[in-house]
Design a protein. Structure first.
Length: 338
């Protein structure tokens, strides 16, 4: 009972922040993103009587290895809970060995959870013989979502994707906007020098409505994901740039005005915001967006990608950059890691 899946992280243009329902993880609006070709997790799951407990090991591209423990944090706990859920669904008791290999450095502050969670759910369900759930992308995305992450559910489809707004578990699922060959967008992630440990997104979603601006964000979002979707379909860079930057700033304003306040942006992030504005004035097509961390995602086109990479690496806050193109979503593959 062994299977392997690969799955990318993604960068959201219209972000998911705050929930309609904390148990079912229902987002407050449609949220869309692009998969990232150089932020991929490949995960093998085996259920066997040879194992006396569940183990999850993560291996980074720099060969750093980490043995996860349930107590490491809520996202990690969710991974262990997913293994338990699979056992309950299939009514067996076998424990699992999980190994996940990343094609980017581990613990560098790069959000690996979307890649890790979606790959583990796909490999786990496939290994347990629930392949009908893995083949059906909508269903797989629902399973990924309730395993702990709406953003991870966006990684299930290929290329440019969205998780649609809905009122019930069944109504919230991934759908493709366009495949990975549709548009030559590039996301250069500038990994900045690490800062103090951040607040988890799970906690952030739960306190989002303590911000007086959250209600305004939800009202603002009415019709916005559809405009972003249209901009992607029409390859309208300027519209996507405007919508995405507004969305990212708007989300961080909510985070900073929650109780307790959550600050993900750092001095380095601010430096990048200023620089992106300058680069645009030089005629370069580029915009910034930030997830729950200080690292700027610099979205550009293949024409400008190498200039942006070079410029990003020249900024003193940058440790290194990761060059990403749109790519396929979650896939079952035949090469097992063990
Ligand atoms: O899915 P989560 O709980 O990891 O939340 C992701 C939240 C953001 O990365 C900040 C936004 C997004 O839509 O990716």
């Amino acid at each position: 009972m062994k299977a392997t899946a690969s799955s990318p992280a993604n960068i959201a243009f219209i972000k998911y922040w705050g929930r309609k329902d904390d148990k079912l993880l229902l987002p407050l609006s449609t949220t869309n993103s692009m998969n990232l070709s150089n932020c991929i997790a490949t995960t093998t799951v085996e259920f066997s009587e040879n194992y006396s407990e569940d183990t999850i090991t993560i291996v980074g591209s720099n060969d750093s290895t980490k043995e996860l423990k349930k107590s490491d944090g809520d996202k990690t706990e969710m991974l262990f809970n997913t293994l338990e859920r699979i056992r309950t669904l299939k009514k067996f008791k076998l424990k699992a060995k999980v190994v996940s290999k990343l094609n980017f450095p581990f613990q560098a502050g790069v959000a690996s959870s979307a890649a890790g969670i979606s790959a583990l759910v796909a490999a786990g369900f496939e290994a347990a013989g629930l392949s009908e759930k893995v083949k059906d992308k909508k269903e797989l995305s629902r399973e990924v979502r309730i395993s702990g992450s709406v953003s991870a559910a966006r990684s299930v489809e290929d290329g440019f994707t969205e998780v649609v707004y809905g009122e019930t578990h069944n109504d919230v699922y991934v759908q493709q906007i366009a495949d990975e060959k549709h548009w030559d967008l590039v996301d250069i992630v500038a990994v900045l020098n690490p800062e103090a440990k951040k607040m988890t997104t799970t906690f952030g979603h739960e306190v989002a409505f303590t911000s007086p601006f959250m209600k305004a964000r939800v009202e603002y979002l009415n019709g916005i994901p559809e405009q972003a979707r249209q901009a992607i379909l029409e390859k309208d860079f300027d519209t996507l740039a405007t919508l995405s930057e507004i969305d990212s700033i708007n989300m961080h304003a909510v985070m900073m005005t929650s109780n307790p306040a959550i600050f993900y942006l750092s001095a380095g992030s601010m430096e990048f915001i200023k620089k992106v504005q300058e680069w645009r004035e030089e005629g370069i097509k580029v915009f910034f967006t930030f997830d729950a961390g200080p690292n700027p995602h610099l979205i550009t086109t293949s024409e400008f990608a190498h200039i942006i990479k070079k410029k990003a690496e020249e900024i003193s806050y940058t440790q290194f950059t990761i060059y990403n193109e749109p790519c396929k979503g979650t896939q079952i593959i035949q090469d097992h890691l063990f």
